[in-house]
Design a protein around this ligand. Structure first.
Ligand SMILES: [Zn+2]
Length: 335
């Protein structure tokens, strides 16, 4: 966050509480932490959510860092957070809710009498909706070798135009590369918020499993940019911008692609790294067999920025090798 001038602000109220989601067979309670910072000055309500995938830990720390200083910087409106939406998955470092094998971010908008995942999703979703949110930022993490980016829902999902347009504007304000998803995911948190006309953005902040302090800083930069844009905080002296090799691409909406898939089996040897720019037809990876013999040279399908490398050292036919943000004007890569 940039340097700001501090002034006498009305007292923001900070509240930490716990929302009960489940009572265990030993009568212990499973609860969701809930954090709130409410300025006495009316203004927009922004939500931060993290760790719906239990192995994606860094977003929790981003929220903790925001709340560490929010009392000093919030001048109007409210910031609320569910920092740990999947506590059972978190404690076992698994993406899903282990006891029901459900993906919480494929369980929205939820159902009060549905499966465990849908019940938790319902509590989260209704709590967010009841607050009349202006923006929801859902924090996620990607492959081990990946750069941060703001992911917006696919425009093929028949979502309300107004919320989509506002989400795209917010995405451009993050200072991160902006990438539009290739698939419609109808049961995600962001998709269901957009359906209810709430701007919602997914921030992919580098690797899962650990806290990468550099990616925490990128996430904080993006969130402070947005709170500043909404005039909720003291003005920033300096706006965060991700150090992209081609900075002009920060003005564009890139399109997500995980093509081409591998067409052979073998060990993958990457020839480019996350953050690199590649040209259509450029060799991006080699697949070699157990003797080191080249089985396949994989080439970029378009001009793009490399978003990440697969976590797998071995690939099979039909497996994604890398993810890309295709530059505007690149032809649609159909599945
Ligand atoms: Zn995730």
């Amino acid at each position: 966050m940039g340097e700001r001038k501090s002034s006498a602000l009305p007292r923001t109220k900070i509240r930490y509480s716990l929302m009960r989601i489940l009572t265990g067979s030993d009568l212990s309670h499973r609860r969701l932490p809930l954090m709130s910072a409410v300025s006495p000055e009316p203004g927009p309500t922004v939500w931060l959510t993290a760790c719906s995938h239990g192995d994606e830990i860094g977003g929790i720390v981003v929220i903790q860092e925001i709340f560490r200083v929010i009392r000093r910087w919030l001048r109007r409106g409210s910031v609320h957070a569910f920092p740990l939406m999947n506590p059972i998955g978190f404690e076992t470092a698994t993406r899903h809710i282990p006891v029901s094998s459900e993906d919480l971010n494929r369980s929205f908008p939820g159902e009060p009498t549905g499966t465990l995942g849908k019940r938790i999703a319902h509590r989260i979703f209704e709590t967010i909706m009841d607050s009349g949110p202006a923006l929801v930022l859902d924090l996620h993490h990607d492959w081990i070798k990946s750069i941060p980016y703001a992911l917006i829902d696919s425009d093929e999902g028949a979502l309300p135009q107004g919320a989509r347009d506002r989400t795209r504007e917010f995405a451009q304000q993050t200072g991160l590369p902006v990438v539009m998803d290739s698939d419609v995911i109808p049961s995600s948190l962001s998709h269901n918020l957009l359906r209810r006309e709430v701007p919602a953005l997914t921030l992919e902040l580098g690797e899962s499993y650990i806290v990468n302090e550099r990616n925490v800083e990128f996430g904080l930069g993006a969130i402070w940019n947005l709170l500043d844009r909404l005039e909720m905080t003291e003005p920033q002296a300096e706006r965060f911008q991700y150090p992209l090799v081609k900075p002009s691409l920060l003005e564009e909406t890139l399109r997500y692609s995980d093509r081409p898939f591998s067409s052979r089996t073998g060990i993958v040897r990457f020839m480019t790294k996350p953050g690199d720019m590649v040209r259509e037809g450029q060799p991006i990876a080699r697949v070699v067999n157990a003797f080191g013999k080249l089985m396949e040279t994989v080439r970029a399908v378009g001009d793009a920025i490399v978003l990440g490398h697969t976590d797998s050292g071995v690939v099979f036919p039909g497996m994604p090798i890398m993810a890309f943000g295709l530059e505007p004007g690149e032809k649609k890569i159909s599945p």
